[in-house]
Design a protein around this ligand. Structure first.
Ligand code: SF4
Length: 344
């Protein structure tokens, strides 16, 4: 066993995280759901979502039997909704092809929607105690520093190098403890900024530490400023105050979630409205601009509330009481806009 893994396993006994909700009565299913939720999401944010999700969908069967709307409503506000759509699709495949049992081979796991090599490795190591490597963001950072890997993390050559290191370091025993400990080290000690190297169990032979490179590794990608996408939203409001929402196309951003009538040109909003209602609104009120950061661009939306005399419904639309939208899958900016309306 490598010194690296021996030290980490020993360290984990006294310093590892042991109370995370997905660690209680751990199953491959819980590992899978938690790993997907933790992509691009902090533990503190993911925790209440995970608890609610597992309560509602305690196993693959329950998840596969529900509908996408129900799954999305439990993901509402967590962002990156393709994750929820993939989880649902994968659950249906596991249910029909694998009798509801999360597969225990790398090949079968990575053939499922939304499961990459690192997630599959975590399911195998933590859920099945099988020897498999992981390479999530935390592990990349730990290994890049400890082994002084200087290429940008976004480069395929760097990833390939880090995978080889991650696989080489695997212990033959206690793979679950080791996997959890390297995750914990990245999350609690070898953090992005201000790592506490003095408490690190592998600081004796960390190349970044001995060569004064902790602050510069991993090498940051040259980031370009994010473009701004401007859109206009039209929100029909009925005489009783109900709002009209439209379900987005399954594919693309916010696929399957509920949103407003949208256009990139303010002038085109009127046409969009007319094509649906064949009438004119009574009054149009501009609301406060809503901003939201996506991984590749910044969204700036200007919502308009359009008062109507009557409520008309069409395909993939729903009239809702704005104070009662909990059961719908809503992206955060849409939720914030509805809050604006209910509090104004
Ligand atoms: S010594 Fe510091 S930089 Fe090196 S692995 Fe430990 S925490 Fe990370």
């Amino acid at each position: 066993m490598s010194k690296f893994s021996t030290r980490l396993i020993r360290w984990h006994k006294t310093n590892g995280r042991k109370d995370l909700p997905w660690q209680k009565k751990r199953t491959p299913y819980k590992v899978w759901i938690s790993e997907i939720m933790l992509q691009q999401t902090q533990v503190s944010t993911a925790t209440p979502y995970f608890k609610r999700f597992i309560k509602e969908f305690p196993n693959v069967k329950k998840l596969a039997e529900t509908n996408l709307d129900h799954v999305l409503s439990h993901w509402s506000g967590l962002g990156y909704y393709a994750r929820a759509r993939n989880i649902y699709e994968a659950a249906k495949i596991i249910s029909s092809k694998h009798k509801g049992k999360v597969p225990n081979s790398l090949e079968e796991l990575i053939s499922l929607p939304g499961i990459g090599k690192s997630t599959a490795g975590a399911i195998l190591a933590l859920g099945y105690k099988k020897k498999a490597a992981i390479l999530d963001g935390n592990v990349k950072r730990v290994l890049a520093r400890h082994r002084k890997i200087e290429g940008e993390l976004s480069l395929p050559s760097t990833t390939k190098n880090l995978w080889q290191i991650s696989e080489k370091l695997l212990p033959n025993d206690q793979i679950d403890v080791y996997t959890q400990s390297i995750m914990d080290l990245g999350a609690t000690v070898c953090t992005k900024s201000n790592p506490t190297c003095e408490h690190c169990p592998v600081n004796q032979d960390c190349l970044a530490l001995t060569q004064g490179l902790v602050e510069t590794l991993p090498t940051k990608s040259k980031s370009k400023p994010k473009p701004i996408k401007k859109v206009f939203w039209l929100i029909p409001q009925g005489p009783e105050g109900d709002l009209l929402l439209e379900k987005r196309n399954k594919k693309g951003l916010w696929g399957g979630l509920w949103s407003f009538i949208e256009s990139e040109e303010k002038e085109a909003l009127e046409d969009e409205f007319h094509s649906r209602f064949k009438t004119k609104y009574l009054n149009l009120k501009r609301l406060n601009k809503v901003k939201h950061n996506f991984s590749h661009y910044k969204l700036e939306a200007i919502p308009y509330l359009a008062e109507l005399k009557t409520q008309k419904k069409y395909k993939n639309s729903v009239w809702v009481n704005p104070k009662n939208v909990e059961s719908l899958g809503l992206p955060t900016p849409i939720k914030r806009t509805i809050e604006q309306i209910t509090t104004s």
